[in-house]
Ligand binder design. Structure first.
Ligand SMILES: *Cc1c(COP(=O)(O)O)cnc(C)c1O
Length: 406
């Protein structure tokens, strides 16, 4: 029971088929992962934008091991230093208010929405405007929030209190405002929706629109936060501040953790009994997050994300010239998408066979979210693999190549 195929067979027998996994991974180090048959891959998926400091970073490993052996969990009925220190770090990096900790992205967004509803409750304002093509998680609340019908199908009745507007279209958001509207929730860079950055005009316009209508501006930073775009948080690239935002994914380097980070205006809306979760902010997860923030700071990973992201997009841009099937390259920092006019899954599978892991974002976009620690030579290697994979699938001789292998 140690090879890819054996583990896959056992897995498929006992684990619900909510995903369609490919190979079995057994180890990760930096930007590389190994499968159960011993093959090594460059990891441009990074656990879906989770391993921003790379797999098994020694500082994170040490912090987690030490904390596990000291006090890993004690419930929120007790103070812990780690939770206080982490909240302080996140607050100082962003809105100078307070934080709430939970265990996943969907749960962090639920927290944002509950916070907004409690804030608007006296005025009977509860509706949150989200964007079409967004992604906010898989709880019932968050599939209602998500502006994509594919995540909602079969799960009705959906919770009420969400309206959807067009991303990067201020008028469309304006049109959705009514007397019950309390907030607008937006990703600075839509992730699952296809790696689409918000425009400056849209984000600045949203801030003004929210101020003019007494609405909260909420950002979902679950994918674009924690240095991914070259700033700590995606909204920082727009010269605006949200009233609160959510984090998860890279926050604790793979120890499950989410957070709601609020401005002072929203910092004392929740009171004892308003909201909670058993595991949220336990000393283990907070130790992992504190170590993650230290590594991002000490290793200059914001700058690296910008530099490496620019290099990556330059490299990918060549494929737009070279292959008819590659239409466009877009993104911010190391959150990059390559838009195809054919389904992305074939290229992703071909890359995997050749030792490069990447993701799709929607049907036609290949998404690259490598660790922010990615080295120049690893970027070069990924470009070589991609070029070869594109050549095999879509090059001039691709048709003949197919025949030859038949
Ligand atoms: C992944 C993601 C979520 C959901 O996070 P989970 O931890 O899977 O619940 C929400 N919003 C965005 C933008 C995401 O990328």
């Amino acid at each position: 029971m140690s090879k890819n195929a054996d583990i896959a067979a056992l897995f498929d027998q006992f684990v619900m088929p909510t995903y369609a996994p490919s190979v079995t991974l057994v180890r990760g180090q930096g930007c590389k992962v190994w499968d159960a048959d011993g093959m090594v891959y460059l990891d441009f998926a990074a656990g879906i934008a989770v391993q921003n400091v790379g797999h098994a970073h020694p500082k994170v490993v040490q912090a987690v091991q030490d904390q596990m052996a000291t006090l890993n969990h004690c419930s929120n009925h007790f103070y812990t230093a780690n939770q206080a220190l982490l909240a302080q770090r996140l607050s100082r990096l962003s809105l100078n208010g307070k934080c709430f900790f939970c265990n996943s992205g969907a749960e962090a967004n639920e927290g944002l929405v509950k916070l907004a509803r409690l804030w608007g409750h006296q005025e009977e304002r509860y509706e949150v405007i989200t964007m079409l093509n967004s992604f906010h998680g898989r709880t019932l609340g968050m599939i209602a929030a998500t502006g994509q019908s594919k995540v909602q199908k079969g799960f009705d009745p959906l919770p009420l209190g969400f309206a959807h507007a067009e991303f990067n279209n201020l008028d469309s958001v304006s049109e959705q405002i009514n007397k019950h509207t309390v907030a607008v929730l937006v990703e600075a860079v839509q992730g699952e929706g296809g790696v689409i950055p918000a425009t400056i005009e849209f984000m600045k316009g949203l801030r003004q629109l929210c101020d003019a209508n007494k609405l909260l501006l909420l950002c979902d930073e679950i994918q674009c936060g924690m240095g991914r775009t070259g700033s700590w948080f995606g909204w920082q690239r727009y010269g605006i501040q949200p009233d609160a935002f959510s984090l998860a994914k890279a926050l604790a380097s793979g120890v499950p953790m989410g957070a709601v980070v609020a401005s002072p205006k929203l910092s004392d809306v929740f009171q004892p009994g308003s909201h909670g979760t058993t595991f949220g902010g336990n000393p283990l997860a907070c130790a992992a997050a504190l170590a993650t923030i230290d590594v991002i700071e000490n290793e200059g990973l914001l700058k690296r994300a910008s530099e490496a992201g620019a290099m990556l997009r330059d490299g990918l841009q060549q494929f737009v010239e070279k292959y008819d099937q590659v239409l466009e390259v877009r993104g911010e920092g190391l959150m990059t998408g390559m838009v195809l006019d054919v389904p992305a899954k074939d290229l992703i599978a071909k890359c995997r066979e050749m030792g490069l892991l990447c993701l799709s974002a929607g049907e036609y976009v290949v998404r690259f979210v490598p660790p922010l620690t990615i080295k120049d030579d690893e970027l070069d290697e990924a470009m070589d693999i991609l070029d070869e994979a594109l050549e095999m699938l879509y090059g001039e001789e691709a048709g003949e190549g197919e025949k030859a292998t038949e």
